[in-house]
Write a protein that binds this ligand. Structure first.
Ligand code: DGL
Length: 266
């Protein structure tokens, strides 16, 4: 099985790791938490761009990763392309689940609850433009919720008044009563799902990217495993396709590639 590097500023990526583990129980995962630089949510784009590509390269080399999951919305919406440019392994980024939230919303009023950095990023503006142009999108940034999730996972009690205070600007503000879907746009926030749910009275769907990322990881890993685990031998053509048609078989055979193997699951 492949070796995955799961990366976040802190424990937030554990919410993603848990989803990946339930889909790929045999995947070897190494987790890296950038405690020294957390929280990312109040750092500038320039600071994150200067730090992350090199750090991810070093970590992925150190653990000999076959695949890296940037289990952090702030890092992914800021530096995903720079990280991808430096690493020569597949890199999966976690970005806000705006598309499913917009699709599910009946009131066409959704909220994006992320770090202050994430909700300001152009990347998020692009997601809204592409997938939620028919919605009112309310943006709310919070660093305190990141700290609360960190504390909760260390076994400290969560102050419900403080959680409510973080949500108040969204739900007590204009259009707040119409919100029926909230994008948990920081991987720390699913770790506070119960507390967030308990803090609002209206009916709201809380949507994160964990499951979609696990599915994506499964696709990438299955492709890697197919590639790594076999000795295909000489004169073989590998097709990144689910099947090989007789015509394709013949074409490759005409050029001396006698065996033609489809690599993708049918
Ligand atoms: N867990 C991270 C995210 O998804 C960032 C938390 C932080 O360090 O501010 O955005």
């Amino acid at each position: 099985m492949a070796q995955a590097l799961i990366f976040d500023s802190g424990v937030g990526g554990l919410s993603v790791a848990a989803e990946i583990r339930s889909r790929l129980p045999d995947l070897a995962m190494t987790y890296a938490a950038d405690d020294a630089f957390r929280p990312y949510g109040n750092k500038s784009e320039a600071q994150l761009k200067a730090r992350l590509p090199r750090l991810l390269w070093e970590l992925s080399e150190a653990v000999r990763a076959d695949i890296a999951v940037i289990a952090c919305n702030t890092a992914s919406t800021t530096a995903l392309s720079e990280i991808r440019a430096l690493l020569d392994i597949p890199v999966i980024g976690v970005v806000p689940a705006i598309k499913p939230a917009a699709a599910i919303s009946k009131t066409k009023t959704i909220a994006v609850l992320g770090t202050p950095g994430t909700v300001q990023r152009q990347y998020v503006d692009g997601l809204i433009e592409d997938f939620a142009s028919d919605c009112h999108v309310l943006l709310q940034g919070s660093v305190n919720l990141v700290d609360m999730a960190e504390a909760k996972l260390e076994g400290r009690p969560v102050d419900m008044k403080a959680v409510k205070a973080e949500l108040a600007p969204l739900f007590s503000g204009r259009r707040g009563a119409d919100i029926d879907a909230v994008v948990l746009a920081c991987t720390h926030f699913p770790l506070l799902r119960d507390e967030l749910k308990a803090s609002v009275t209206q009916s709201v769907q809380w949507i994160d990217s964990g499951e979609a990322i696990a599915k994506r990881a499964e696709d990438v890993v299955s492709r890697l495993t197919t590639l790594k685990g076999k000795n295909y031998g000489p004169d073989t053509a590998l097709l990144l396709a689910p099947a090989v048609s007789p015509e394709r078989q013949k074409t490759f055979a005409n050029f001396g590639f006698k065996r033609v193997v489809p690599l993708m699951p049918a």
